[in-house]
Design a protein around this ligand. Sequence first.
Ligand code: BGC
Length: 248
Amino acid sequence: MRNVFGVDVGGTGIKGAPVDLERGDLAQERHKVLTPQPATPEAVADRVAEVVGHFGWSGPVGITFPGVVTANTVRTAANVAKDWVGVDAARLLGDRLGNDMPVTVLNDADAAGVAEMRFGAGKGRKGTVILLTFGTGIGSALFIDGNLVPNTELGHLELHGHDAEKHASTKAKEDEDLSWPHWARRVQKYLAHVEMLFSPELFIIGGGVSRKADKFLPLIEGIEAEIVPAQLQNNAGIVGAAMVAAGR
Ligand code: BGC
């Protein structure tokens, strides 16, 4: 199978497209809708169906979720409605989409990491690699010799007595109107903390802000690991979700 559909469910937007699994890229321009507020399971399922329906797709669908997902079931929901906790998301979304669309659900950062390791900044990299996505929250994906350790949730490490993502996410930058240097210092402290715990060879910085990597990565100092921006940028979640749904 060459194409599988990928959907990335985020705190602000839900976007999807058929993915060309050979090239690791979108096969068509993606379609995006706003995440409903509150982002309850039913409301999100409606929007996911809208995105998939936009393409008249039928076939397997991989869907990311911004929380811990084990065996397709949501375990945490930091930035979407708490009603998600305990929901078998693959069943809910699969029922909404129909029989001809088997659904796989996984954590958003894990999906982005899978795509970056195969097609992007982590391609061919061995050892410990950590992808961090900076957005509404901070997502993480940990790889050991290319193998994913799922649901690491490093965005919720404690930093100065606070949940790290409340301090160093892109949302914190916007909410507190922080300058690039100010925010970069926070990201630096966060990376130093993660480095102390895992000593990775490589950090891959993802999320929408990776497009502006030149504004903050050069300001980050004192980290041993190599730090590079993600290459698939905002499409990594879509591509990774489709790859996992295809069993790749
Ligand atoms: C969630 C993670 C998610 C990250 C990015 C965090 O608040 O706990 O599961 O990967 O946000 O969306």
